[in-house]
Design a protein around this ligand. Structure first.
Ligand SMILES: N[C@@H](CCC(=O)N[C@@H](CS)C(=O)NCC(=O)O)C(=O)O
Length: 221
């Protein structure tokens, strides 16, 4: 299998964690932001990564969107399962969808705001700072939208509080909800305020990366 990705994207991390959890071997192709659209649009109708190419006859050529990749992997190789028992699956998918649609976007806003300001020294090169400015313009990241994102993350960290007492958000095994949370909140690992206030969050993110045999995200290495 081949995963088309941006190496730094937390949505691509989400797909890699699921592939790693299932022990499926795959290769990655890192696309160049901007040029990626020329390749992806005709292939999937979308312009976002991750995109998984199963490269197996009889299977779809390309699967776009990390949630669709979860569903594909679950049917392609059911064990170990990414889902809890049947009566808990709706709860797991609802959490996964909210993390994907709302929280992954909020962490992006907070992360790029940090990288352009206090966290500029992580990579002050003109190329990196230019890329950060392009992303800020693309997603309309500004003081007001970052403030809203911070409120959403505050709520998210209340919702994820079960992680303080137990390893899994839903049921008795790792599920799509845990993997989505671990990947989509991982950009916060570089931000000192979050590291200080929520040590349990980063302990859990680390543990899930180890279970999924995925290298740790920046800030946790
Ligand atoms: N819901 C999508 C979101 C993916 C997403 O937002 N990917 C970003 C990178 S983090 C992307 O490809 N952006 C480029 C673009 O929109 O053209 C998923 O889960 O796959």
């Amino acid at each position: 299998m081949l995963l088309l990705q941006f190496s730094t994207s937390h949505y691509c991390r989400k797909a890699r964690l699921a592939l790693g959890y299932k022990g499926i071997s795959y290769e990655v192709e890192n696309l160049t932001p901007g040029l990626h659209r020329i390749k992806l649009k005709p292939m999937t109708g979308l312009t976002t990564v991750p995109v998984l190419l199963p490269q197996v006859s009889g299977l779809p050529d390309a699967i776009a969107d990390s949630t669709e990749i979860f569903k594909f992997l679950e049917s392609y190789q059911p064990e170990p399962s990414l889902l809890p028992k049947p009566e808990q699956q709706t709860a797991a998918w609802m959490l996964e969808d909210w993390l994907d649609e709302s929280i992954g976007t909020a962490t992006r806003f907070i992360y790029y705001d940090f990288r352009a300001g206090v966290g500029k020294q992580i990579d002050p090169s003109w190329f990196s700072q230019l890329l950060i400015q392009v992303v800020r313009r693309q997603y309309q990241i500004n003081a007001a939208t970052v403030n809203l994102a911070k409120q959403r993350i505050k709520l998210a960290l209340e919702v994820l509080k079960p992680w303080q007492e137990q390893p899994y958000l839903v049921g008795e095994s790792l599920s799509v909800a845990d993997i989505a949370a671990a990947a989509l909140l991982s950009p916060l690992a570089l931000i000192p305020e979050y590291r200080q206030e929520y040590p349990w969050l980063f302990a859990r993110i680390k543990e899930i990366h180890e279970i999924c045999r995925e290298p740790l995200p920046p800030g946790l290495v």
